[in-house]
Ligand binder design. Structure first.
Ligand SMILES: [Zn+2]
Length: 123
């Protein structure tokens, strides 16, 4: 199993500056487990509950069918989990840093992310 420590990838200073893209094998146990993270739109990264993001210490986890072409810095690797081989890609977070929780999940620089807005409004 491939282990990637984001701190060892020195091109980004903090794992929260990264988004993680995962391509699970289709019709696999892994795909079933990760299905709640599958994106149905381009702007749904902050509406996924955040459990996997918190465990992996990244700002967003996105389940995709194929890895997209990305300009700029990226790290691509293959991993094995539950006996199933899958691809991962780590890229620079696409959203802005939330000043409250420091994750890169805010829509605009200086704004709070939706999770923090909900916490502060008591929802
Ligand atoms: Zn926040």
């Amino acid at each position: 199993m491939s282990k990637v420590k984001l701190a060892d990838v020195r091109l980004i200073g903090n794992s929260l500056q990264a988004d993680l893209l995962i391509v699970p094998p289709s019709a696999s146990t892994l795909e079933t487990l990760l299905s709640r993270y599958r994106n149905s739109g381009s702007d749904k990264l902050i509406d996924l509950g955040g459990d996997l993001e918190m465990m992996l210490r990244v700002s967003a986890v996105k389940i995709v069918d194929t890895l997209p072409e990305i300009e700029g810095w990226k790290f691509v690797d293959e991993c094995v989990l539950l006996g199933e081989r899958f691809k991962v890609m780590i890229v620079e977070a696409v959203r802005s840093k939330c000043p409250r929780c420091w994750t890169y999940t805010a829509g605009v620089e200086g704004d709070l992310c939706m999770r923090c807005v909900n916490v502060l409004s008591g929802q």
